[in-house]
Design a protein around this ligand. Structure first.
Ligand SMILES: NC(=O)c1ccc[n+]([C@@H]2O[C@H](COP(=O)([O-])OP(=O)(O)OC[C@H]3O[C@@H](n4cnc5c(N)ncnc54)[C@H](O)[C@@H]3O)[C@@H](O)[C@H]2O)c1
Ligand SMILES: O=P(O)(O)OC[C@H](O)CO
Length: 328
């Protein structure tokens, strides 16, 4: 058993559980805080999270708790809550000054703030880093090869966190471009919904490729306007994650879009969900943030209209295809 200070993980969904397993596989004790009591009990008694990551045995080095005080003394905290709940959940933890590694992908509704801005407000005094990239939780937990972006303005912090989390099959690449890492992960979820619509409405593979390329153009326009760097947007946390989530029903966002494309109503699909499809919440706030910066995001606008129920799939497609011709 390792004598090192544990790493804390806040959030017992699929991704928090998978990341806890990555850390524990490297011999690091992990304290996983989850809000769901049955998740806590199952992880401690059965070494499994049957609600969010069923069928994946977890290391005995992962200990779960529903007591925020159990994370005192952790060397760092991985924050793996849904984006819209992050501020509220962090406010339940007394700030201890530990580094925060933010793993949620989204933009906060109403405030239009990125996760690093929310975390700095909720836990002032804690240094902040971001982990993002093409990472289906079930593959990571199974130890399949995965590469991610780990971003922090403080490069020494990024390198330390990267060393703590790196495993033979889990490879972080560090950068100081925090905005770039966050924007790729948030925007790709919206575009994955659009790609799922293409699949559900049987629009063909040409359409999907066009949507990925034009979607990446939207991501780039928005990212550059927010100070992100092109190399980050074209890297693992941007284009890499866009390609992953726009091509697989393992993505909750893509699956939501596919069901919309098949003609189901967003209101029916979003009610009482157990798992999170972040793109549905990010789309309206992303569109508003783009509008305020004078940036055109037609695919994002179409996703917003489908989710709000103001356009049906046929009208959304017609609207996108009838836009004036323009230079690429
Ligand atoms: N699952 C993945 O493969 C994956 C990979 C990379 C990043 N992420 C990101 O990680 C974040 C967490 O996603 P996940 O997949 O672990 O979640 P999940 O869909 O597996 O589980 C849902 C989570 O939301 C929490 N939750 C539900 N209602 C809540 C409420 N009212 N208040 C607070 N919390 C509530 C649940 O406790 C649970 O932890 C998201 O931002 C997601 O985009 C997920
Ligand atoms: O299931 P999704 O669509 O939330 O995607 C999960 C991860 O973000 C993929 O990198």
């Amino acid at each position: 058993m390792s004598m090192e200070a544990p790493i804390g993980v806040i959030g017992g969904g699929a991704w928090g559980t998978a990341l806890a397993q990555v850390l524990a596989a490297g011999g690091r004790p992990v304290t996983l805080w989850a809000r769901n009591r049955s998740v806590v009990e199952s992880i401690n008694a059965l070494h499994e999270n049957p609600v969010y990551l069923p069928g994946r045995p977890l290391s005995a080095l992962v200990r779960a708790t529903d007591d925020p005080a159990a994370l005192h003394g952790a060397a760092a905290l991985l924050v793996v809550t849904p984006a819209q709940h992050m501020r509220m959940i962090l406010s339940g933890f007394a700030p201890q000054g530990q580094p925060l590694l933010l793993c949620a992908k989204g933009i906060e509704a109403h405030s239009r703030k990125f996760m690093h801005e929310v975390a700095r407000e909720a836990m002032p005094g804690s240094p902040v880093a971001v982990l993002s990239g093409p990472t289906f939780a079930h593959e990571v937990a199974a130890g399949l090869p995965t590469a991610v972006t780990l971003a922090a303005e403080d490069e020494a912090l990024a390198r330390t966190l990267a060393e703590w989390i790196a495993q033979p099959a889990f490879r972080p690449y560090v950068t100081d471009d925090v905005a770039g890492a966050e924007i790729g992960g948030a925007v790709k979820n919206v575009l994955a919904i659009a790609c799922g619509v293409v699949e559900g409405a049987a629009l063909g593979q040409n359409a999907r490729a066009a949507l990925i390329a034009r979607g990446f153009a939207e991501m780039t326009r928005f990212g550059l306007a927010c100070g992100a760097r092109l190399e980050t947007l074209a890297g693992l946390s941007g284009l890499g994650d866009l390609v992953l989530t726009c091509s697989s029903t393992s993505s909750r966002n893509y699956t939501l879009g596919k069901e919309l494309g098949e003609g189901r109503k967003a209101s029916d699909l979003l009610v009482d969900r157990r798992t999170v499809a972040e793109g549905a919440f990010t789309a309206p706030v992303l569109l508003e943030a783009a509008r305020l910066r004078g940036i055109d995001m037609p695919i994002t606008a179409a996703v917003c209209a489908l989710i709000a129920g103001t356009l049906d799939v046929d009208d959304a497609i017609r609207t996108l295809l009838s836009r004036p011709l323009r230079a690429e």
